[in-house]
Structures are given as structure tokens and as C-alpha cells.
Design a protein around this ligand. Structure first.
Ligand code: GCV
Length: 841
């Protein structure tokens, strides 16, 4: 009995590892009170096992069983019934009901709940499943009252892109820009044998209205098209199909040469056309419901039609035509730029932001009807703040999808909490004023503004084998919000969050308040401490795109520049004097961005090159705003920890601890961001912080100034990634280092914060002593604890903080750190802060 009890407890804990995400079907409060308002049986109309209506029936049984403990019978019963099927199957059985049913578009559903009877009808099978998930979500939130709802998606394309590699290794590992573990689809060059996680992923996606997944990286490996891998892809499609999720594929444009043995991949060459037709036919033979293709061409070293002086339309149409007999579509990416020709020093007018419109203008009426242009939300690359890509206003005949990034490549890589729905809403609500008419981005990507049929959303998600999917429980609100907004962009960020929180963590009001506060403050905070005023996220652009490295934002070949010098900063994108980018917008919007007075402060440095002393609308100078924003943002990040700590005991321990660990890390790393960016611009501009904070840290003891034994001083690069520009490292890989000092602070209790570097080269250990008594010990194993890009360097990416709270010290106490190197990681320490209660620095 005891062991059974133990198992039950373990079972509960395991259930909260994040795998079921928002589909936990956890018991609702006072469940038994609602039983009478629920169906007692499920009837599925024309259901076939392995297809969505059948799945819908199963979800209703599982869902109502889990949520309310009510066991539904399957098939007709005398009691209340949940009937689920397509409109046509329903009307076949009840011809007279046809008149009363609303018009549904593809994937739409109709839902009627009346006294425990539930009618769920989809325009197609997928719609029926969406309706079932919707009903379950409503009752899971405790609402069992009667209602009627007609719900149609805003746009037909609601895809997810995975950037999964066929093989682990290389610069990006198993999933490019993925922070939640290895690919759930591929391993060692092949499709995984066990695709359980792929099926579970499809279930999650179906529950938020996603209808297709491109499983492989846009930087595509041609080997995905071997007959053996095509068979494997068919297995993926098989596990997707019960959820109405279609499979899409990224293609390598040069595959005819790389895989097919042809001597060309010219899109107008007949042998190439025939080769692709053969591939497409073979794929559809195996996967008759395949969604289509996604292609990245002539970008970042990928091959494309321009290699043969053909247009991008020639390239896209090649695939479009092979897909037409099968009803497939092609998403052709507008992310086209040539990083080999961008030169910041020689050309003031050079600008990667111009590339998309430059390449696509003139092609709008040249694409086949089944081509959709997939456009990243901003003209550069998923930065913390970008203006809406002007290309959305240029394509009137060809439909567009907006490409959003759920995986937080530049936005903290799931080690920082950043709730993205508010950012996406701001973009989607932006009015591009095409032809001086209302032209919101959401209307453009719904096809409402220009009337294209194929439009919508593509989200780069990059889940992995981690049970949390994305590497962080809180990051899952972004995936949820992505699906919800792609279905209906009118939903509010807070409304979506509320739903997600209830489904993921339950009904406790405090849990809701805390998650809402943290989430809603997270994007502004991250913008404040990473890169504000439209300067871009100041990450290390040459390495992992994670930690601060403002210096890397200039002189790089990738065209992500800030043009910061000793006196001035910002990209001049005006027509008058700059790169001309502002002129790509409609005249009203162009005029707004052309003029410094009418450019919103949050995009000032995106559009204008100004002195650090330029006054903002707030009256502050640019440089003072930088300093203040970095202090403000990082101060907000500290509050996330204390807010979350209020939830101890109110949610399961496993998820509580998992989130807490990340929030503590984020709080520490936000200080690394703050100090790096501020120090960098202080050094460049020589303009001091009016409040005297930057460069003055009175509570800090620099490690290099301590009494060292076995440790030596090391000059860090970039300099701003270390307080005082130096840290200490052990003298050799096997020497134990000791850094000692005598404390001069008055006796009392202090928080001792140690800033150190956790490289992905080993697992050093550090021990902190006060008067020879061990205060704490920790290991440099963040590369396993956090999914963020690993780095072998001592820099802003690896900088981290460990804090011990409320430590009693005396004036004259000896404070000592002992660092044990491991592998090639030399137990680096930057500084120790001895902080009076309530102070963080
Ligand atoms: C898949 C950025 C990312 C790359 C990504 C590329 C793209 O440059 O850093 O990892 O490649 O965008 O969207 O194609």
C-alpha cells in the first residue's frame, strides 16, 4: 500500500513536467457540482480512426474525464450528448438542420452548448477537432454555462516552422536557435524511429488552431529527399494526421545538384524542373495531404535562383508548379539579402533593411497563385523592437504570411522570460496606410486589405525533446499566444494569458496576478536592459545572439549595425540623407519616419543617426535614457523573483523550482546586460551618468584586486563584459584558485553576490567562505541547466551571478572564494558584491 501511495505521488509530480502544457485536463475546482451540465456520452459522426473527428471524440472523453472526473460513454445514449463531426456529415443525417447553421470558412467551427448537450460542427474534420478543443478549454476554465459560438480563422495559413537539422553537431546543434533540447523529428541524418513526441506536438498545435508544421530547417539539407527519408517523412505525416496537422518541408534549392547529380539547379532548366516534379510526385505518393514547401533562397549563403540570374519569382514558381497538381502551396521567404556585399565603412547608404523590398518589388504579379511570400515582421531579424516590414504594403496580388519567432533567439533564449504577445499585437495593429487607407498589418495578413486568398502566419517555434518543449514553462505562453493570434488577432494579450495560465497552472488568483504581472512587464523590461530606442537587441551578433556585446553590432558583415562612434549613434535611414529605407513605406508613414520630430522615441535610432546628447520627447538625452532604461529594466527583472516566490506551495514544486531557477538567473543576467551596455556607451561617449551610477559600484570588490593564490588577473574581451574590465582565472587547468579579502563593511547581515563566468568548457566549482565558514558552493553547469546557446568564452554570454542572502559578516571578516577549474573552464570570477539588505548591484 505504501509503495502504491508513493507511486501515486511520483505520478503526480511527473505529470507536471510540462509535457502536457495547457492540455493537462487537471481537475477543475468543485468539479462534482457541474456534472449535470456536462454531456454523458460522445457521438462522433463518420469518424475514422487516425483522422480528426475520431481524435475529437477521444479528446472529449479524456478531457471531461480529467477535468470533471466524469466518464463519458461512447455512442448514443439516453442522456446528454456531445455530438462532433463535420457540417456535411451532420446535415446528411439531419437535412432540416442545414438552415439554422452559420457559414463557416475552411477550418472554422460551430459550437452549441445547451443544458449539457453539446453540438460541435466543423467546416472540415480539422474544424470539428478545433471546436472540441475549444469546448474543452472553455469548461476547463470553469465555464459550463450554455453558449453558442461560430468561430472562423482569420487566415488560412497558420503554420509552424521548425528549424530542425537532420543531424546534431555543427554550429547550431540539433535545432538551429532551439533551446529546448534535440529535434523531436530527426536524429543522425534520419527521421527518428520513435515519433511519440511529434504526435504530442501535433496535439498541442491542433488545440491552438495550427494547421501545418515545416519540420526541417530552412537552411535545408538536401538529404531529406532520399527515398528512405521520404518514407520517414510519411511516418511523421501519419502521426500528425489525427490532429489535422499537415506536414511541410523546407527545400534546399541546389538539391538537384547536391542530391540529384545534375550539373545545374537553374530553375528554368528542364532537367531541373523534371527532377523537382519527380521529387514532389514521390512525396505526394507517400503523403497525399502534404501541405507544401518552404524555401529560403539566396540568403545567408543558401543557394537560389539568382545564382543563375533568374528572378526570385522564377525560383518560387518552379516549386509552385510542381505542387499545383497536388494542391500544395509554397511559402517563399522574403528574408533575402547578400551578406557578402554589405559594407558599413565604404557605404553610408548600405542597409540590409532595404533588401526585402528591393528584391521583391516588381515581382508582385509574377508569382503563381499558390505562392505565398513569408515576411519576417521587421526588416532585419526578430529584434526586440523593429518597425513593421514595409514589404507587407507592397504585395497586393501575392499573399503574404508574417513570420514571427516564438523561439527567443535574440530575446533571451528562454532563459529570460519575455512574453511576446504584446509585441506581436503592436505589430499587427500597425497601420501601414497604403494608398492613404486603413491598412493594418493584421488585415493585410488576413487577406482583407488586398483580397488575396492565401495569407496568414508562420511561427518559428523550435521545440525540442525537453519535457518543457521550449526549455521554460513560462515560454509556452508564447506558443499558445501565437496560435490564438493567428486564429484571431483581435484577442488581447492579457486575455490570452489568462486562458493559458488557467489551463497551465490552475485557477488560483495569486498565481494569475503574479504571472500576469511578470509576463506583461517582461517585454518592456527586456527592451530596456537589452537595447532601447530602436537600436536593436545589442546581443553578440557574431556568436550566440544571446549575451550583451554592443561592439559586435558594427563592422559585422551581417548588416546589423548601429553606427555608433564617440559622438553619435543610430542608423540614418532617411531618404534625405540616409539609406532611403524610410521611403519604402507609404507616403504618410514615410513622412513620419523621415522626420525626427514625428519618429516615435522607441524607433529613433532605427531611423536616425544622432548625437548622444540628442533630446528625446521626454526631455532626456539619448545617452541618459540609455543609462536610465538599463537600470529600470534590470530593476524590474529583480522583482520577478520576489513575485514568483509568493507562489511557493501554490503550484507544484517541480514547475515552481524550474521557473524560479530561471528567474533568479535572469535577474543576475539582466545586471550583466545593464552594466555591459552602460559601460560600453559611457566609454565611447565619455558622457557620465547624471545619477553617477555607471562605472561606480561601491559595494563591489573586484576579484582581480583581491589577494590571489592560484588565480591570476585576466583582461576580458569585450572589455565591458567584466566589471573593471578584468576577471580572475586559475593559473592552470589544474590549479585550485583562491581569492581573499578583508571586509571593511560594518558588522551585520548582507547579501553576497558573486559574478562569475560559466563557460561550456567544463564544470568548475566555486566555494564561498566567510571567516573560513562555508557559505555556499556551486557548479558551473548552466550549459546543462539552461538551453541557451553554449559558449566557450569569458564574455557577456557566460557571465552569471550567484547570490547568498542574509549572510552575517563582521567588520574585518575574511571573505574567500575557492575556485576549482574543470576541463578548460578556469573557474573565472568577476567580482563580489557585499550588499546591504534591499540593495542590488
Ligand atoms: C535559419 C537569422 C538566424 C539564423 C536563421 C536565419 C533565417 O539569421 O540567426 O539562424 O537561419 O535568420 O531566418 O533564415
Amino acid at each position: 500500500m505504501r509503495s502504491l501511495l508513493w507511486l501515486a505521488v511520483v505520478g503526480l509530480a511527473v505529470a507536471e513536467d510540462g509535457l502536457s502544457a495547457w492540455l493537462r485536463y487537471a481537475r477543475v475546482p468543485s468539479a462534482s457540482r457541474h456534472l449535470g451540465k456536462l454531456p454523458s456520452a460522445v457521438v462522433t459522426l463518420n469518424a475514422t480512426k487516425g483522422y480528426p473527428v475520431h481524435t475529437a471524440g477521444k479528446e472529449l472523453v479524456d478531457g471531461i474525464g480529467g477535468l470533471f472526473g466524469k466518464k463519458l460513454t461512447v455512442g448514443k445514449s439516453k442522456g446528454t450528448t456531445a455530438t462532433v463531426g463535420t457540417v456535411s456529415a451532420y446535415v446528411d443525417k439531419n437535412p432540416s438542420a442545414a438552415k439554422g447553421l452559420p457559414d463557416l470558412v475552411e477550418d472554422g467551427f460551430y459550437l452549441k452548448v445547451s443544458k449539457g448537450n453539446v453540438l460541435i460542427l466543423g467546416q472540415n474534420e480539422r474544424g470539428a477537432l478545433y471546436g472540441a478543443f475549444h469546448y474543452l478549454s472553455v469548461i476547463a476554465q470553469g465555464n459550463v454555462s450554455d453558449f453558442t459560438l461560430t468561430s472562423n480563422p482569420d487566415a488560412p495559413v497558420r503554420w509552424v516552422n521548425q528549424w530542425d537539422n537532420m543531424q546534431d553537431g555543427g554550429t547550431h546543434g540539433s535545432v538551429e536557435r532551439g533551446y529546448g533540447g534535440d529535434s523531436i523529428f530527426f536524429w543522425d541524418g534520419y527521421i527518428r524511429e520513435d515519433l511519440t513526441r511529434a504526435g504530442q506536438y501535433a496535439r498541442l498545435l491542433a488545440s491552438i488552431g495550427i494547421n501545418a508544421v515545416v519540420a526541417n530547417n530552412v537552411n535545408a539539407n538536401a538529404s531529406i529527399l532520399t527515398p528512405e527519408n521520404m518514407d520517414g517523412l510519411a511516418r511523421i505525416a501519419d502521426v500528425f494526421r489525427p490532429y489535422g496537422v499537415q506536414l511541410g518541408l523546407s527545400l534546399n534549392f541546389a538539391a538537384p545538384q547536391l542530391l540529384g547529380g545534375l550539373d545545374t539547379f537553374d530553375p528554368l532548366d528542364n532537367s531541373v524542373v523534371n527532377w523537382w516534379q519527380g521529387i514532389t510526385d514521390n512525396l505526394y505518393k507517400r503523403i497525399p495531404d502534404m501541405a507544401g514547401y518552404l524555401v529560403k533562397a539566396n540568403s545567408e549563403g543558401q543557394p537560389g535562383p539568382m545564382t543563375y540570374n533568374r528572378t526570385l519569382a522564377d525560383g518560387a514558381n518552379l516549386f509552385a508548379r510542381t505542387l499545383q497538381p497536388h494542391g500544395g502551396i509554397i511559402l517563399f521567404r522574403a528574408f533575402v539579402y547578400d551578406h557578402r556585399t554589405l559594407n558599413q565603412t565604404l557605404d553610408w547608404k548600405a542597409d540590409r533593411a532595404n533588401a526585402a523590398a528591393d528584391y521583391f518589388d516588381g515581382l508582385d504579379d509574377k508569382f503563381e497563385d499558390n505562392v505565398v511570400i513569408q515576411i519576417k515582421y521587421g526588416p532585419i531579424d526578430f529584434q526586440v523592437r523593429e518597425p513593421v516590414s514595409p514589404l507587407f504594403g507592397h504585395l497586393r496580388k501575392t499573399g503574404a504570411t508574417i513570420e514571427l519567432q516564438i523561439t527567443q533567439e535574440y530575446l533571451g533564449q528562454q532563459a529570460h522570460v519575455v512574453y511576446l504577445a504584446p509585441m506581436w499585437k503592436e505589430l499587427l495593429d500597425f497601420d501601414l496606410r497604403v494608398d492613404s487607407k486603413p491598412s493594418t498589418l493584421k488585415d493585410i495578413v488576413a487577406g482583407k486589405r488586398f483580397g488575396q486568398k492565401l495569407t496568414g502566419y508562420a511561427g518559428v517555434v523550435n521545440v525540442g525533446t525537453n519535457t518543457t518543449w521550449l526549455g521554460s514553462h513560462l515560454a509556452m505562453s508564447n506558443l499558445y499566444a501565437y496560435g490564438k493570434l493567428a486564429w484571431d488577432p483581435e484577442q488581447t494579450s492579457t486575455g490570452i494569458l489568462k486562458e493559458w495560465t488557467t489551463l497551465t497552472f490552475g485557477h488560483d488568483k495569486l498565481v494569475h496576478d503574479v504571472i500576469t504581472k511578470i509576463s506583461m512587464e517582461s517585454w518592456p523590461a527586456y527592451e530596456d536592459y537589452s537595447g532601447n530606442l530602436g537600436i536593436q537587441t545589442l546581443t553578440d551578433i557574431l556568436l550566440g545572439h544571446y549575451g550583451p556585446n554592443p561592439g559586435s553590432q558594427d563592422g559585422n558583415p551581417w548588416g546589423q549595425w548601429t553606427r555608433a562612434d564617440d559622438d553619435t549613434i543610430g542608423m540614418d535611414r532617411t531618404v534625405r540623407n540616409g539609406t532611403g529605407f524610410a521611403g519604402q513605406y507609404s507616403p504618410e508613414i514615410a513622412a513620419m519616419y523621415e522626420n525626427i520630430e514625428t519618429t516615435p522615441d522607441n524607433l529613433l535610432l532605427w531611423f536616425h543617426h544622432v548625437p548622444y546628447t540628442q533630446k528625446l520627447k521626454s526631455g532626456k538625452t539619448v545617452i541618459q535614457h540609455f543609462y536610465d532604461a538599463h537600470y529600470k529594466g534590470s530593476a524590474t527583472a529583480q522583482t520577478f523573483v520576489t513575485l514568483w516566490e509568493k507562489l511557493k506551495g501554490r503550484i507544484d514544486r517541480e514547475r515552481y523550482e524550474h521557473v524560479l531557477f530561471r528567474l533568479i538567473y535572469q535577474a543576475g543576467h539582466s545586471l550583466v546586460w545593464r552594466d555591459s551596455v552602460n559601460q560600453f556607451y559611457f566609454n565611447k561617449s565619455g558622457i557620465p551618468d547624471e545619477l553617477g551610477r555607471v562605472g561606480n559600484h561601491k559595494y563591489r570588490i573586484e576579484a582581480e584586486k583581491m589577494e590571489l593564490k592560484g588565480y591570476k588577473s585576466y583582461r576580458v574581451s569585450p572589455f565591458e563584459a567584466a566589471s573593471g574590465f578584468h576577471c580572475v582565472v586559475t593559473e592552470t587547468n589544474s590549479t585550485v584558485g583562491e581569492a581573499k579579502t578583508t571586509l571593511k563593511v560594518p558588522s551585520g547581515k548582507y547579501d553576497l553576490a558573486v559574478n562569475y563566468y560559466d563557460m561550456a568548457l567544463g564544470n568548475s566549482t566555486w566555494e564561498l567562505f566567510v571567516d573560513r565558514k562555508l557559505v555556499g558552493k556551486w557548479k558551473g553547469d548552466l550549459e546543462y541547466e539552461l538551453g541557451r546557446a553554449p559558449s566557450p568564452y569569458i564574455d557577456g554570454q557566460t557571465a552569471a551571478r550567484k547570490t547568498f542572502k542574509g549572510v552575517r559578516v563582521k567588520k574585518g571578516s575574511e571573505l574567500k572564494i575557492v575556485g576549482r577549474p574543470d576541463g578548460l573552464e578556469p573557474a573565472p570570477i568577476d567580482y563580489i558584491s557585499v550588499l546591504p539588505e534591499g540593495i542590488v548591484d
